[in-house]
Design a protein around this ligand. Sequence first.
Ligand SMILES: Cc1cc2nc3c(=O)[nH]c(=O)nc-3n(C[C@H](O)[C@H](O)[C@H](O)COP(=O)(O)O)c2cc1C
Length: 154
Amino acid sequence: MKVGIIVHSYSGNTLSVAEKLRDTIAAKGHTATLERVSAVNEDPSAQGPVELKDIPDVGKYDALVFGAPVRGFSLTPAMTVYLAQLSTLQGKKVGCFVTQQLPFAWLGGNRTIGQMKNVCEAKGAVPTSTGIVNWGSKKREEKIANVVKKLSEF
Ligand SMILES: Cc1cc2nc3c(=O)[nH]c(=O)nc-3n(C[C@H](O)[C@H](O)[C@H](O)COP(=O)(O)O)c2cc1C
């Protein structure tokens, strides 16, 4: 199976989880490719419309995992704009994960996963697994391992 792991990451946390996920999926015999979404202006305090710079094409993948940070209890603007511009996810297996600094999922993580699920469903795919990594949690490494395990099981 060709798996695309498509992430937005500013300070590298989400990217580091995605790298572990890519290696785990590849070790299971799939073709795993990590691609990054980025905006022309990546300043987290930037206001106004987002112009995307890197816009990965999902067409070549059988399965997709989308990953992004939580920002202001919501999905990052770049990932929001990226997901919105996808034409379809019909027929693809999809998973989603987020990283957030605050230690509990109810402090933005659940809401952000909900936003990702909604847009994936609107594009024709129901995410089969989702995960949240709380970067500020004492159990961070355990949470990363759980998310990687869950999202690598297609
Ligand atoms: C502008 C801004 C807003 C943020 N808002 C939240 C938030 O609402 N809840 C939270 O738990 N973490 C928040 N964070 C922390 C990030 O979600 C967290 O550090 C994440 O792991 C960063 O991922 P990255 O390194 O892949 O960019 C915020 C970070 C920034 C820069």
